[in-house]
Write a protein that binds this ligand. Structure first.
Ligand SMILES: Cc1cc2nc3c(=O)[nH]c(=O)nc-3n(C[C@H](O)[C@H](O)[C@H](O)COP(=O)(O)O)c2cc1C
Length: 234
């Protein structure tokens, strides 16, 4: 399934039309990481509207403790791209080894190629939306917490990120969720002027797609669903 891209727009009426026109099922089915994007601008209006949709997501204890930093400055994007490159030296070499042994090496190598394209072109991505969490909400910073506290904490950013990805899909923007450029949180904090109470968690990189949306490989649902008790346990 190949879905032709929609033309770029910053027209508020057209943006609303696109958001309303796409069914939720279609947006979920066809949303995938689009890492190859053009350098054509993505308006502040559009990004703000997508973040507004993000804020419809739930947060632990209704903390609403999210913050979003939109990075367009060339030097800042390059600096984050350099961090990504450093992290990829390690993760990429592991990724290439695992790809060759995976059940679908061609698919894995395609993903790795698109990751490497994005790293090489990081500074030309129109906007990086850095999704951050503010405050600990039950977690004491730098002190080991029970797993459920960590789950509640980081689980408060990802529903909003998923809304952002689906909103981007509906308006025809290419978007990808990435974390490796933030491997040094200290570096990212300094670069973005984040106080110690604000933690950068993930980046959604957005731009108008070079590639296209389409279907994506996923496990069959029967492999992952369990009723009442985990299969194999007596
Ligand atoms: C928490 C998290 C972190 C991720 N970090 C990265 C990343 O640093 N770089 C990247 O290229 N993709 C990253 N991804 C995206 C996955 O690699 C991607 O979703 C996966 O390859 C499936 O591809 P699809 O999104 O096109 O279906 C991340 C995804 C999640 C959920």
């Amino acid at each position: 399934m190949i879905i032709p891209p929609l033309p770029p727009t910053d027209d508020p009426d057209e943006i609303e039309r696109r958001l309303e026109a796409m069914s939720l099922r279609y947006a979920i089915d066809t949303q995938r990481s689009i890492r190859r994007v053009t350098s054509a601008p993505v308006s502040d209006y559009l990004i703000t509207r997508l973040i507004e949709l993000s804020l419809q997501a739930p947060t632990g204890s209704f903390g609403q403790n999210w913050q979003f930093v939109v990075v367009r400055d060339q030097k800042s994007k390059q600096a984050l791209g350099d961090q990504y490159k450093r992290a990829w030296k390690l993760y990429g070499s592991i990724g290439h080894k695992l790809a060759d042994r995976s059940p679908d090496p061609a698919q894995m190598n395609k993903i790795l190629k698109s990751v490497e394209w994005q790293i090489d072109n990081f500074a030309s991505i129109p906007a990086l939306i850095v999704a951050c969490l503010e405050g600990g909400h039950g977690r004491v910073p730098f002190v080991p917490s029970p797993p459920i506290a960590n789950s509640g904490h980081y689980g408060s950013i990802y529903p909003s990120v998923q809304n952002l990805l689906l909103g981007a899909r509906a308006v025809g923007l290419g978007a990808s969720l990435i974390t490796l450029p933030l491997w040094s949180q200290m570096y990212a904090r300094r670069l973005l002027g984040l106080p110690i109470t604000v933690e950068p968690c993930a980046i959604v990189a957005v731009g108008w797609p070079i590639g296209h949306y389409g279907n994506k490989p996923r496990k069959p649902v029967q492999d992952v669903v369990h009723f009442e008790r985990f299969r194999g346990a007596n």
